[in-house]
Design a protein. Structure first.
Length: 405
């Protein structure tokens, strides 16, 4: 008597699976068709997913770049995703960046890509802000929570492409931020099992894998839906890509951008962009002698927790065999000297950066040759100014075309 119900149930499940597969296939086709259009518009609302990143990685003329506010804070025509929007030298950047991003978030995003990342060229952008300005060099809890992705967390946790050691290390770090896990008890349970890896915990982790893959499948479908829906609401102008090949005279652009930057710093005498001056002006009310805060600065940089998170991201890059370039903003020497940190002490940031990256044998562009360049950075956190973006864009152009190591 129950057999017809079982058959009907099996048929319903089968039809559901076929429908999900059909929608996923359509979504990938649709996303592949419009990924270049998305690259040219603000799409941070899609950053908690990863299907569009997978599509972007398959494009020969897109350069994925992971980072945080250093890529999106200053709205200017010199910003990379605007500067290269007409593909002047044959490519466009694909930003995977959001304000408040961190290396821990980047580690999860990279891990979620799995095999799609293997052999692909990507740029990992970082800045000295967290290491030098945040308490204990720790990512802000509110920022981490806002960038948390259940899909990326589960993709990382159940990735067959990462070692258990790497997944365990990242899981322990993610458990330092319990708030987003309160809404996702299964993810918390999985991370707790990974973090321990005792025989009992390992058995629980393995037993939960089927449920994990079911949840991942559901979240991927939701990601596809959100991405397709986002694209559907773009205007015809936004989905029209205009390509204009041209040779860029980098040298002539620098004084033009510098002039515009100067015009946007008239609220202060320190060369800080008007948009950022109100946030830091209290630090400059009573300037102190350079060097008076060197010891404190060096200790903060050496012990910053963000370095540990960067190491986790680098582990993921190595195990997934990505062709990654590490790009760092330089220190803003004059501003830091004004608040008591000498140029000599500021070198601690570069020393630590290179020591963390060195074991992974990845190339680093640190722009330290510009750390005393007037108007390269627009604030204490070393966000690139309009002028600074010219140099950053030139470097990105070199990375894409293989002109840099």
């Amino acid at each position: 008597m129950r057999t017809p119900h079982l058959v009907a149930g099996a048929l319903a499940v089968s039809l559901l699976g076929v429908g999900a597969a059909a929608f996923s296939a359509f979504a990938f086709f649709f996303e592949d068709k419009y990924v270049h259009a998305v690259a040219g518009v603000e799409h941070t609302e899609l950053n908690n997913g990863n299907v569009l990143e997978q599509v972007a990685l398959r494009q020969e003329d897109l350069l994925p770049i992971y980072g945080a506010s250093e890529l999106v804070l200053l709205e200017t025509e010199y910003q990379a995703n605007r500067f290269f929007s007409t593909y002047p030298t044959g490519f466009m950047v694909f930003n995977i960046a959001s304000k408040g991003g961190s290396s821990l978030t980047t580690a999860q995003k990279l891990a979620a890509l799995g095999e799609d990342l293997r052999g692909r060229k990507v740029v990992i952008s970082i800045g000295p802000a967290i290491m030098t300005m945040a308490p204990y060099g720790e990512v802000n809890v509110r920022h981490y929570n806002g960038n948390f992705s259940p899909l990326n967390a589960l993709e990382l946790a159940f990735s067959p492409h990462l070692s258990m050691d790497t997944k365990s290390r990242i899981a322990r770090r993610m458990l330092d931020f319990p708030e987003p896990l309160e809404k996702h008890p299964f993810i918390r349970f999985t991370l707790e099992n990974l973090a321990d890896l005792s025989p009992l915990r390992r058995l629980a982790y393995q037993a939960s894998q089927p449920l994990g893959w079911i949840q991942i499948s559901i979240l991927r479908l939701q990601d596809h839906y959100n991405t397709v829906n986002f694209i559907r609401h773009l205007s015809s102008g936004q989905t029209t890509i205009t390509r204009k090949d041209r040779e860029i005279d980098w040298e002539s652009l620098v004084p033009i951008a510098e002039k515009e930057q100067i015009e946007n710093t008239d609220s202060n005498l320190y060369g800080v962009d008007n948009s950022q001056w109100p946030k830091i002006k209290e630090l400059f009310l009573n300037p102190v002698p350079p060097g008076s805060k060197d010891k404190e600065f060096r200790e903060d940089v050496e012990n910053a927790r963000e370095w540990h998170d960067l190491d986790l991201a680098l582990r993921v890059i190595r195990e997934l065999d990505a062709e990654a370039m590490i790009m760092s903003s330089p220190m803003n020497v004059p501003l830091w000297e004004t608040i008591g940190v000498s140029q000599e002490a500021q070198q601690a940031y570069y020393d630590k950066l290179h020591s963390v990256v060195a074991p992974y044998d990845l190339p680093v562009i640190d722009f330290r040759q510009f750390d005393s360049e007037p108007y390269f950075s627009m604030d204490l956190a070393s966000h690139a100014s309009r002028k600074g973006w010219i140099y950053v864009n030139q470097a990105l152009d070199g990375i894409f075309h293989g002109d840099l190591p």
